[in-house]
Design a protein around this ligand. Structure first.
Ligand code: ZN
Length: 246
């Protein structure tokens, strides 16, 4: 393949733009804020589950409290009714005795239920506190997430600005490169992990860093300036300059 030597030199500028674009893409994908945000999201998810558990626990305790309160009401109503029947008088001795037993047993039951109610109310306070701690933690995480997101977005914007400039520059250079050379460059670039053209500097391919052998060097020396030469080792397009050591 042949191409003006000046055009071949432009391949190095094209390569520089492509390398810069690859570096920018890498920087964009590996911003430390991205890893920190992913970690934070995982913690927010766990915390969300804990909040749901804690709310469910509180609801269960509230159910239990209502059940106990209802039971206390039933016991109290029955005790009041028993008292009224006693005070009304005129009951046979046997019935009176059983009524007295019942009143004593109701009072005992009420006292037990009220102790349980107190215990449930203590558990409510404790569960409320636990939920409060979780909600505070969530607020802290939300704030941190907001900060990280804005740092990330600023970095994205800066990287994207730089990438846009490079993309424009690359497009301008590409218009100077003939289609067949461009196709060769793209193919070599794909094969070369993002690098398709390399300078020959001091008899060394800057792509694979291997020094050309005697026969390779003489082949390059004998090539016309517009011959497109390639590294025998890495197949990149070798661009000759004053520094090639030929
Ligand atoms: Zn090479």
């Amino acid at each position: 393949m042949n191409a003006d030597h000046a055009v071949q030199l432009r391949l190095l500028d094209l390569q520089a733009a492509d390398t810069a674009l690859a570096q920018l893409a890498h920087r964009r994908a590996s911003l430390p804020e991205l890893a920190a945000l992913a970690e934070l999201e995982a913690e927010v998810t766990d915390l969300g589950n804990d909040v749901v558990d804690s709310e469910t626990n509180l609801a269960d305790i509230a159910d239990e409290q209502r059940r106990l309160e209802n039971e206390v009401d039933v016991v109290r109503t029955r005790a009041v009714r028993d008292e009224q029947r006693m005070q009304a008088g005129g009951l046979p001795a046997k019935e009176l005795e059983s009524l007295q037993h019942e009143i004593i047993s109701l009072a005992r039951r009420q006292s037990t239920l009220e102790d349980e109610l107190l215990e449930v109310m203590e558990r409510t306070e404790e569960a409320d506190r636990a939920l409060g701690v979780l909600r505070e933690r969530r607020e802290v995480l939300d704030t941190r997430r907001g900060e990280l997101t804005s740092v990330r977005d600023e970095a994205f914007a800066e990287i994207d600005r730089a990438a846009n400039l490079r993309t424009t520059e690359r497009a301008m250079i590409a218009t100077e490169i003939p289609a067949d050379l461009m196709a060769l460059y793209e193919k070599a670039r794909e094969h070369g992990g993002g690098s398709g053209a390399a300078m020959l500097r001091q008899r060394r391919c800057e792509g694979c860093r291997i020094e050309l052998s005697g026969s390779e060097l003489s082949a390059v020396r004998n090539a016309a300036p517009d011959d497109v030469v390639r590294c025998e080792n890495c197949r990149r397009i070798l661009v000759r300059t004053d520094e090639s050591g030929l």
